[in-house]
Design a protein around this ligand. Structure first.
Ligand code: ASP
Ligand code: MG
Length: 426
């Protein structure tokens, strides 16, 4: 007997027919003698719809009331799944955020989990009840409903798994695992059997949408066994217990796995793309101490996330150009904020471009291999793709390029780093 957390995303929960498929998967796990907790997302598209209602009602909406509205999507699917399971003769009960309680800090719309007393859930599971928990929602310090940022149901699931000390947390989605890159762009993309937490964290943070970034860091911190797998499977498909999806593992576990298979670590294991960034250039900024602080402190205070930054070599007269990226959705706000401070910062012109994309290559092997970046730059140059900005971490290199060249760049890099699945038909 094991204790399993199963999480189902929006496409898996979209409509009663799909919820019935989900209920079948849940029932099968419970019938195998396991204790089961299920975390669900709202139906696909529902949260977007609710966010739009908030915007229409009040463009400067109060995040606490936004949470009241957007948390409702998960409440509906949790109740519907419990009802469907009951109709199949299973003992099932939903537990809303405040009932568990999943306590969060008060940052509404982007709350972090503070405390998660799991006694009630564990008692119910031990009594043979399937517990169904709406993802995304918690209860804030002031006793109001809170939500954990878009994609937050993944984090709810990992938090439940950590709190009830689950043997495994299965994240069911519409793809059957984590691929070397988006298979819709590269037909030869391969499903990976294992990915390390560190790699998954980087991939999630640079645009791979499989898991919310926060859920990966929580799983890494609490050492939760995490599997990404598909809920769209036939009745005779192998059970989740045979680990058909992608397992997210620690670096040590990965080393063991490679050793056993007598395989070398690959330098690059994944390529991600993100078309939601925009580029900002401030020209002729004074080249003196404190000038960049003058630019980035107000952006930070406004909650605008700056990602890549380049400060060009100074021109004459002690001036320099500063280039950086912000999320496209924040571009207008960033621009207004900077224009307001034009004199204080002392720049000449602000140039923006939303038609850019960030392409990133990620891999633990970069720690021990030289020349990964130069290989990337050469492969892009050979195709005439211009690099507009670069940022790196120990296991990641990101480049900013023209959005129209994204697909080409991803394909070229996928084959350059030897990731193409040669067994698949071309
Ligand atoms: N329904 C929420 C969203 O769309 C949370 C989630 O599905 O993870 O962002
Ligand atoms: Mg999601």
């Amino acid at each position: 007997m094991a204790r399993i957390v199963m999480k189902f995303g929006g496409t898996s929960m979209a409509g009663t027919e799909r919820i019935r498929r989900v209920a079948n998967l849940v029932r099968a796990q419970a019938a195998g003698g396991n204790e089961v907790a299920v975390v669900v997302s709202a139906m696909a598209g529902e949260t977007d719809r609710l966010v739009n209602f908030c915007r229409e009602a009040n463009p400067l909406y109060d995040p606490a009331e936004y949470d009241v509205v957007v948390s409702s999507g998960e409440q509906v699917t949790a109740g519907l799944l419990a009802l469907t399971l009951q109709a199949m003769g299973c003992k099932a009960r939903s537990w809303l955020g405040w009932q568990v309680p999943i306590k969060t800090f008060s940052a509404h719309a982007n709350a972090r989990i503070d405390d998660f007393p799991a006694d009630t859930l564990i008692e119910s599971m031990q009594a043979g009840q399937i517990v169904v928990i709406p993802g995304f929602q918690g209860i804030s310090e002031d006793g109001r409903v809170s939500t954990m940022g878009r994609g937050g149901s993944d984090t709810s699931a990992v938090a439940v798994a950590a709190a009830v000390n689950a043997d495994r947390c299965d994240i069911y989605t519409d793809v059957d695992g984590v691929y070397t890159t988006d298979p819709r762009i590269v037909a030869k993309a391969r499903k990976q059997k294992y990915v390390t937490f560190e790699e998954m964290l980087e991939l999630a943070s640079v645009g791979a949408k499989v898991l919310q970034t926060r859920s990966v860091s929580l799983a890494m911190k609490r050492n939760v066994r995490l599997q990404v797998l598909s809920s769209f499977v036939d009745d005779d498909a192998p059970s989740a217990d045979t680990l058909p999806g992608t397992m997210i593992v620690s670096e040590e576990e990965m080393d063991e796995i490679l050793k056993e298979a007598k395989m070398e670590r690959q330098t690059v294991t994944g390529i991600a793309l993100d078309k939601n960034e925009a580029r900002v250039v401030l020209t002729r900024v004074p080249d003196k101490p404190g000038a960049v602080a003058e630019i980035f402190i107000p952006l930070g205070e406004a909650g605008i996330n700056v990602d890549m930054i380049i400060q060009n070599v100074g021109r004459d007269k002690g001036e320099t150009d500063v280039t950086f990226t912000v999320p496209q959705a924040e571009l207008a706000r960033a621009q207004a904020l900077l224009e307001d401070r034009k004199d204080k910062i002392g720049f000449n012109r602000i140039i923006t471009d939303a038609n850019v994309a960030k392409v990133s290559v990620v891999g633990m092997g970069m720690k021990s291999h030289a020349g990964v970046a130069s290989t990337m730059f050469k492969a892009l140059a050979d195709r005439g793709i211009n690099v507009q900005a670069i940022s790196t971490s120990e296991i990641k290199i990101s480049v900013l390029i023209d959005a129209d060249e994204t697909e080409l760049a991803v394909r070229v890099l996928h084959s350059t780093y030897g990731l193409d699945d040669t067994s698949a038909a071309a």
